[in-house]
Design a protein around this ligand. Structure first.
Ligand SMILES: Cc1cc2nc3c(=O)[nH]c(=O)nc-3n(C[C@H](O)[C@H](O)[C@H](O)COP(=O)(O)OP(=O)(O)OC[C@H]3O[C@@H](n4cnc5c(N)ncnc54)[C@H](O)[C@@H]3O)c2cc1C
Length: 399
């Protein structure tokens, strides 16, 4: 067996008829209700509330959350299929749903039963929204370097600091927030961070400026300011001072969702290119008959299917509770997002001038794909994870 395969079980992708039936129902909804409104979403930079309400009624916000907390159940693979299909229609809507997972997963992995009961059911029912506030101006890649502080006062904590690029912040009812509760220990920079659940109406929590990023129009990130925000100690997620692990292991799971966003983007833009090449006629023949176009389409399709397989594989390993899923998730995230970016660029080229005409809705996939290479661990950070895991497994060395 070659790393990360420790057993033949590791080769499996656990897709079933139920997954495909679920895909069909999501596709029917997004094709009829979401796709036709992509221009409205690009222009208003918001996902219309009526769409989100219907998505909530269909249970989209509860996918991946156990039934005991009013969720739909289902694991990473089901979540990946939902994400892929929503992203195929309007990628930013997959972000709107995904940020709720970024809120729910740390609570599911590390939260107390009380936190799970209080915060997961309204999220799963789509009645409340969650956001995840970790990144700071000091640098998103360096989670151990955050500078927000949480000072203990009696049985609560007082949070001060500034978070940047927080998706869904303007609409969020609840936030998971990381802050430093103790100085780092010698040789352990990651030590001393704690994760809290903060409610939006808590005095001192303010939503600051909106960042105007190139893509994912419909779900733009915001600055979140913490100015003497008082949080009860029972709102701590996971062990005090060990919040680094809470954050990092959350991303191990949620980055499969970013890979799935990328697969949805790649699928959508590939379909557009294929259809266009079939119908466009030049020099007395269809575009699809030119060898250079065939070469492009074949390469696009190869990367798309490889990205999908890696994503489903990472999700299947995660659902089986196998540790190998961490490296698979990084492989899937980096590969799928770069594949989506490349496929989106080729699709523009195949469309010629219409590819760069905003009205045709082709160029937006490139803008969206670029963003997927950056958040939830840039692709440089994924490469670090991949090689670190490989060296640890193969040689027992820590680098
Ligand atoms: C649209 C959008 C939405 C976002 N939503 C959220 C959210 O909801 N919640 C949240 O907390 N954050 C969110 N983020 C933040 C995102 O996770 C960070 O932007 C990302 O982690 C990178 O951090 P940074 O921007 O500070 O770049 P930096 O960490 O400063 O990195 C700059 C560059 O250096 C590279 N680099 C850094 N370290 C290394 C290294 N060790 N080796 C090699 N290269 C390295 C990076 O890959 C990058 O290319 C969002 C960002 C965007 C753009």
């Amino acid at each position: 067996m070659v790393f990360p395969f420790s057993s033949v079980e590791d080769f499996k992708i656990n897709i079933t008829e139920e997954h495909e039936l679920f895909r069909k129902s999501v596709r029917e909804f997004v094709e009829s209700k979401v796709m036709p409104r992509w221009q409205e979403i690009e222009q208003s930079n918001r996902i219309p509330e009526d769409i989100l309400k219907e998505a909530a009624e269909l249970g989209f916000f509860g996918v991946g959350i156990p039934e005991e907390y009013d969720g739909q159940g289902g694991g990473q693979l089901l979540t990946a299929i939902l994400t892929e299909e929503v992203a195929r229609a309007v990628p930013s809507m997959a972000v709107t749903i995904g940020v709720n997972h970024l809120f729910a997963i740390p609570i599911l992995l590390y939260g107390s039963e009380d936190l799970k009961k209080r915060y997961l059911p309204p999220i799963a029912r789509g009645e409340a929204r969650g956001a995840h506030a970790n990144t700071e101006p000091s640098g998103g890649s360096d989670v151990a370097g955050i500078q927000s502080v949480a000072r203990r006062v009696n049985n609560h904590y007082v949070l001060n600091g500034r978070k940047v690029f927080i998706s869904g912040a303007a609409d969020a009812d609840y936030f998971v927030v990381s802050a430093r509760t103790s100085p780092p220990k010698e040789g352990k920079r990651w030590w001393g961070i704690t994760v809290f659940v903060v409610e939006k109406d808590t005095p001192g929590l303010k939503i600051g400026q909106q960042f105007r990023v190139i893509g994912m129009r419909g779900e733009q990130p915001y600055e979140v300011i913490l100015d003497d925000v008082k949080v009860p100690e029972e709102n701590i997620v996971g062990p005090i001072d060990e919040g680094f692990k809470v954050i990092v292991s959350t991303y191990d799971h949620t980055r499969i969702g970013i890979a799935a966003q990328a697969v949805g983007i790649a699928q959508a833009t590939f379909e557009k290119a294929l259809n266009y090449a079939l119908q466009r006629e030049l020099f007395g023949q269809r575009l699809i008959e030119f060898e250079m176009i065939i070469d492009k389409l074949a390469n696009m399709y190869m990367k798309l299917e490889a990205a999908r397989l890696l994503t489903y594989w990472a999700a299947s390993l995660a659902d089986e509770g196998r540790r190998e899923f961490i490296v698979a998730a990084s492989l899937a995230k980096a590969f799928a997002t770069e594949a989506a970016e490349w496929i989106a660029r080729q699709s523009i080229q195949i469309h010629g001038g219409y590819g760069v005409d905003v009205e045709t809705g082709v160029e937006r996939y490139l803008r969206d794909a670029i963003i997927t290479t950056i958040y939830e661990g840039t692709n440089e950070i994924q490469r670090l994870t991949i090689v670190r895991q490989l060296v640890r497994q193969a040689f027992g060395l820590k680098i």
